[in-house]
Design a protein around this ligand. Structure first.
Ligand SMILES: *Cc1c(COP(=O)(O)O)cnc(C)c1O
Length: 362
């Protein structure tokens, strides 16, 4: 059951604003794929995708075939790319729902070839190249395997080629190596096939910081949800409320393990949000929330359903709204800010809170 007192408000307007900001930052004519894997980073795959399709998005990226099917069943007609390809047994569903897999091994080509022969219906694929991520993809220098793929894929429509950048934030040196490897593979495949391929390499951090990385399409995830670059609007705001206020004496221990001892008599508030809501326990004794426009700190450990906060410095009453994350018009608590206090990234916090909480759309 969802937490009844804490919820995520999702601003679909914010999403459209962020798409416009992304388009401003890339060359005109570059397509934007909205990455909506993992329930649109916890924002809800169907409402997010419907909004973006109306706003003129060029395609969607999901991790799994099943997510693509959810989109088709919701009436999405734009191209859908399955970033993690597919597993044996999923090839019929993939083709039936007109999904484009990022193919990373020869077996996938054989399976799709069989579906093509059975259905005699065009099957489009993109080839995924590993240029330095060490995850999925044909190795960038394995031209032998790529030649075999081109042979086996004669009946398939190889429409594109993609790679994924591993360290855009911290290493321009390695990112440029990856982009160079990608250009080389793209050239090799295009001359082998005697046609141009739709090429894409960049996630948010890459297309904002490496203008040369956009190729024909960018894959925008975190920036659509309002993070990873300045000037974006956080799409998810998390709100809760104060359910208890009492004054505890100097020296009193707060929460499990009594890891926080009050330094003076303190008004302590209780807010019904905890690690069961995806609010990381790593924020114990570190995190903060907003009440009536003021930043107040978490005292002691985060529990499954509650946190305790120091409200000595604010007039606060039972029933008052508490901002956990995002923007409430009076203050802003970035998912990236609190994520870094918890030694993680905005992506993880958005996924975990968004998927745990009740969501309200506006
Ligand atoms: C998740 C993902 C993205 C989106 O990355 P962001 O940093 O959120 O923009 C792009 N490409 C691939 C292959 C991904 O897995």
């Amino acid at each position: 059951m969802n937490n009844p007192y804490t919820y995520a408000r999702i601003s679909l307007k914010g999403l459209v604003h962020n798409l416009a900001a992304i388009r401003k930052n890339i060359r005109r004519g570059t397509a934007v794929m909205a990455v909506v894997k993992s329930d649109a980073y916890g924002h809800g795959i169907v409402p997010v995708s419907r909004t973006l399709e109306k706003a003129g998005i060029d395609g969607f990226g999901v991790a799994f075939v099943q997510e693509g099917m959810v989109l088709r069943e919701a009436g999405i007609t734009s191209p859908i790319y399955v970033l993690s390809g597919f597993q044996r047994g999923e090839e019929d569903m993939l083709v039936a729902h007109n999904l484009v897999p990022l193919v990373y091994c020869t077996e996938q080509v054989e399976l799709l070839d069989r579906v093509f022969r059975k259905r005699n219906r065009p099957v489009s694929i993109h080839l995924k190249i590993d240029t330095g991520m060490g995850r999925l993809g044909f190795l960038y220098d394995d031209t032998g395997t790529m030649n075999r793929v081109l042979q086996k894929a004669k009946k398939l429509n190889i429409a594109g080629v993609a790679t994924h950048v591993s360290d855009p934030h911290d290493s321009a040196y390695f990112t440029n190596i990856q982009l160079t490897r990608f250009k080389k593979v793209k050239g090799f495949l295009e001359s082998g096939l005697s046609k141009r391929l739709t090429s894409h390499a960049a996630n948010t951090d890459t297309f904002f910081n490496y203008p040369d990385s956009s190729f024909d399409m960018v894959r925008a995830g975190i920036s659509l949800y309002g993070y990873g670059q300045k000037g974006l609007t956080p799409v998810m705001q998390v709100f809760s409320r104060l359910i208890s206020v009492k004054t505890l004496k100097k020296g009193y221990g707060v929460s499990y393990g009594r890891t926080y001892r009050l330094k003076k008599d303190t008004r302590v508030g209780v807010v019904p949000v905890g690690y069961a809501d995806g609010y990381s326990r790593m924020l114990s004794n570190k995190g903060f929330v907003g009440i009536n426009g003021k930043k107040v700190y978490i005292l002691g450990r985060i529990t499954m359903n509650h946190i305790m906060i120091d409200i000595n410095s604010v007039p606060a009453h039972v029933g008052d709204n508490v901002l956990i994350m995002g923007n409430d018009g009076t203050m802003y608590i970035g998912a990236d800010q609190i994520a870094s206090l918890a030694s993680t990234i905005s992506y993880e916090l958005l996924c975990s809170m968004g998927s745990s909480l009740r969501r309200i759309y506006e």
